[in-house]
Design a protein around this ligand. Structure first.
Ligand code: ZN
Length: 294
């Protein structure tokens, strides 16, 4: 990426950041052991298995589950659902194409459920098959409204961001969206920020912030996260990209940039889990982004 292109992108990110709310600055727990079911609203639940969570909807005509997580997690979830209803699982909806969320759907297929994903996930499923990955029975493009019984689950695709097939899921009767991997409340992005398009990630978070909602369920972390924590992730990314880009433009030695950027970000973001250890890796990833346009 050229210096002018980098400057333009940095400016765009800074302008987009104007007028945003202050940091929540909370150090939050991250649940990583056991499992739990939390009721979000009528028939609307989130299931957490170790560090990963999903949502499921119980309707008059059956159950819609989302990311099965793993064969072990899916088995535990199936037993938890059976404690709430005798109705069968009719649909399994994948949030995106990553193995840490969507393995283990077979147990639901065995009881007659159909597996669904955005059509863009198919390329990954054929390129990277996995013995515990069930390919979807059918796919959709753009947005899709999945109806069962008296409920509808809105599936919204916002373009490339984390992979290229991620959908935001919101039931029509409870305005709490399920947002996977775009924000983890109180956490840092993973060290090498795997499979994220950085500017599209920021773009998507700004879209999500513009939507009318107060709390979301996320693919990792606490059951219900206020919107301020999603905004905090977006502000971290903008600061990370901006501070790294400025040093590249200034000709700072490459091996000095990670520690310098971490120092620059510490006041606003030092409370995020794993900040000290992971921030330098995040910076390395941004250097690659500016160098390769990737
Ligand atoms: Zn993912």
């Amino acid at each position: 990426m050229t210096r002018s292109a980098r400057l333009l992108l940095t400016l765009m990110l800074v302008v987009l950041a104007a007028g945003t709310t202050a940091a929540a600055r909370e150090t939050l727990p991250v649940p990583v052991t056991g499992h739990e079911v939390t009721r979000i609203g009528p028939g609307y639940y989130t299931f957490r298995y170790t560090g990963t969570r999903n949502i499921f909807l119980i309707t008059d005509d059956g159950v819609i589950v989302t990311d099965p997580i793993s064969p072990e997690a899916a088995g535990v979830m199936r037993r938890e659902i059976a404690r709430l209803t005798d109705l069968p699982v009719k649909y399994v909806v994948y949030s995106h194409d990553h193995w840490d969320h969507i393995l283990g759907a077979a147990i639901f297929v065995d009881e007659g459920a159909q597996v669904i994903s955005h059509e863009n996930c198919l390329a990954s499923f054929y390129d990277m098959p996995h013995p515990d990955l069930v390919r979807p029975d059918w796919t959709f493009s753009g947005d899709y409204d999945l109806s069962l019984g008296e409920r509808t689950l809105h599936l919204r695709y916002l373009g490339r961001n984390h992979g290229n097939c991620l959908v935001i899921m919101t039931p029509d009767h409870v305005n709490v969206p399920f947002i996977v991997d775009l924000a983890t409340p109180g956490g840092m992005p993973l060290p090498m920020i795997p499979d994220y398009s950085l500017h599209n990630w920021v773009r998507t978070l700004l879209i999500l912030e513009s939507w009318d909602w107060e709390y979301s369920v996320n693919g990792h972390g606490i059951a219900l996260a206020p919107k301020a924590l999603l905004a905090e992730r977006r502000r971290y990314l903008q600061a990370l990209i901006g501070e790294t880009g400025r040093r590249l433009d200034a000709g700072v030695a490459m091996d000095e940039i990670p520690a310098q950027v971490r120092d620059a970000l510490r006041e606003d973001f030092g409370h995020l889990r794993n900040f000290e250890a992971w921030a330098p890796y995040n910076v390395q990833r941004v250097i690659t982004y500016f160098g390769m346009g990737w």
